[in-house]
Design a protein around this ligand. Structure first.
Ligand code: P6P
Length: 333
């Protein structure tokens, strides 16, 4: 029987071989993984627990919060305060940063997360997930402020997500490729089930919310029209379409079998550069995609090169199969 490699063993051996996971970062990642197990347990309760439905409140984005949004956020905040590995946290569900309270030692890392992405799918039992990104606090003054978080995605030291679907799977990169860990509920631990994940450079599967077609910019309309023309058009091959309305599930599909995912800017809210958030959705997902051999742009530039101006800023996202993302990006430029 093949030996099961736990997340802890993977992180220890990765540090031994590549040196990218100092002990404080390993502690951070193991705490986040434990949070994902707790969140998975809460999500799986469904109507059998007191976790479903709206929390009758709105988040900083003006979106109605689900009870599980707040539960997931609280789990991550409470579990990451006392370890001494973090200086502060930022979340889609909180307007400002959460500085580690003075009663605990402060560490050198900054943790950003979307605690439960795709939460509109909770009530219909469709996969949702937790997305996280880790930065290092810039050297300098003892305190920590929001501006310390405003770093390019290329500065990330770790990024990942946990998808709560038929399996609960943690997907992680520290800059040496992408590894996947499936939750072994009997052992209560994440077990390595895939590493050196690789996205094919070509695909026949695209993901976009087609109901927004009339609002898209011309380059996106051209790209999608060509996909829809299939064999009869310039692409000379037929395409399949998916839209789950859960970015974590879409990215997991792409990491598992390839594809391209798009949430481009559109005319509905022209003042916004896109719908998805740069710091805790697009940046971690873009690094994972690049580490698996894919490409991630906002239509004009590499997402990881974008200099953030505000914590909750949005961005247009095109990510996945190298040749497809480069084709659509070339239509923009
Ligand atoms: P729409 C979920 O709310 C999310 O932020 C992403 O996970 C998902 O890809 C997108 O929004 C879905 O947006 O407009 O199709 O509901």
């Amino acid at each position: 029987m093949t030996q099961k490699i736990s997340l802890t063993r993977y992180l220890v051996e990765q540090q031994r071989d590549h040196g990218h996971i100092p002990s404080q970062l390993r502690l951070l990642l193991e705490v986040v993984a434990r949070c994902c197990k707790t969140i998975s347990h809460a999500v799986n309760k469904g109507d059998l627990g007191e976790v479903m439905g709206s929390a009758e409140s709105e988040n900083v984005q003006g979106e109605v919060q689900k009870k599980l949004d707040i539960i997931a956020n609280d789990v991550l905040i409470e579990a990451n305060e006392w370890g001494g590995h973090l200086a502060a946290m930022a979340s889609e569900e909180m307007e400002g940063i959460h500085v580690v309270p003075n009663r605990y030692p402060q560490g050198e890392y900054l943790l950003l997360f979307d605690p439960l992405d795709g939460s509109s799918n909770i009530d219909i039992n469709v996969s949702i997930g937790t997305i996280f990104s880790v930065l290092k606090k810039p050297d300098g003054d003892a305190g920590v402020s929001e501006k310390d978080f405003l770093q390019k995605g290329s500065n990330q030291v770790a990024a990942g997500y946990c998808v709560y679907g038929p399996q609960t799977t943690l997907v992680l990169t520290v800059g040496d490729g992408v590894a996947m860990f499936t939750l072994d509920r009997e052992q209560g631990s994440f077990v390595l089930t895939d590493e050196n994940v690789c996205i094919p450079e070509d695909t026949k599967e695209f993901a976009i919310n087609m109901s927004n077609m009339r609002h898209w910019d011309e380059p996106v309309k051209r790209y999608i029209d060509e996909c829809l023309a299939g064999k009869t058009g310039v692409r000379k091959k037929d395409f399949n379409m998916r839209w789950i309305a859960s970015m974590v599930a879409e990215v997991h599909r792409i990491l598992s079998r390839g594809g391209i995912f798009m949430y481009p800017w559109d005319k509905r809210e022209p003042e916004k550069p896109g719908k998805l958030r740069l710091m805790y959705e697009a940046n971690p997902m873009s690094w994972l995609i690049e580490q698996a051999g894919g490409v991630a742009t906002n239509g004009k530039m590499r997402i990881l090169d974008i200099q953030p101006k505000t914590l909750h800023e949005r961005v247009s996202v095109i990510l996945g199969a190298k040749n497809e993302v480069e084709r659509l990006t070339s239509y923009h430029t």
